[in-house]
Design a binder for this molecule. Structure first.
Ligand code: ATP
Ligand code: MG
Length: 111
């Protein structure tokens, strides 16, 4: 896989929530200047499943988790959690996405 598919997010969001993965990464890359920390990483995590990440020092484990948490944005690719594009959201808005809880704006409380 070399390029991000424009049709992928549409297909992802069209699936019923019971069938779509909780977390889906598609061709996620992250570069720091000339350093390629992640190159076209793709995987799904189904609801209720655990996924381990292993690799030698500098292989990109922390960078991967940082992207999923929203602390950094990918250079390319997409990250979808519960049907939401995390790679387009700010980190404070990502909280609650995995549980399906409503996303609250800063400074406002639910009625
Ligand atoms: N903020 C940054 N600026 C520049 N390069 C970075 C930055 N963060 C990570 N890198 C580089 O990206 C690559 C992946 O680093 P990362 O920290 O994600 O690896 P890691 O698998 O978590 O390593 P470790 O096992 O040592 O914790 C490394 O080459 C690292 O030097
Ligand atoms: Mg690390």
């Amino acid at each position: 896989m070399t390029a991000t598919s424009a049709s992928a997010p549409v297909l992802e969001m069209a699936r019923p929530s019971a069938e779509r993965p909780l977390l889906a990464l598609t061709n996620v890359s992250k570069r720091f200047g000339g350093v390629r920390a992640l190159e076209n990483v793709s995987f799904d995590v189904q609801r209720g499943h655990l996924l381990g990440i292993i690799g030698p020092n500098g292989s990109g484990k922390s960078t991967l988790l940082s992207l999923i948490a929203g602390a950094q944005r990918p250079s390319s690719g997409q990250i979808v959690c519960n049907g939401r594009r995390l790679d387009r959201m700010r980190s404070h808005a990502i909280r609650g996405s995995a549980s399906g809880a409503p996303i609250r704006s800063r400074g406002r409380s639910a009625a």
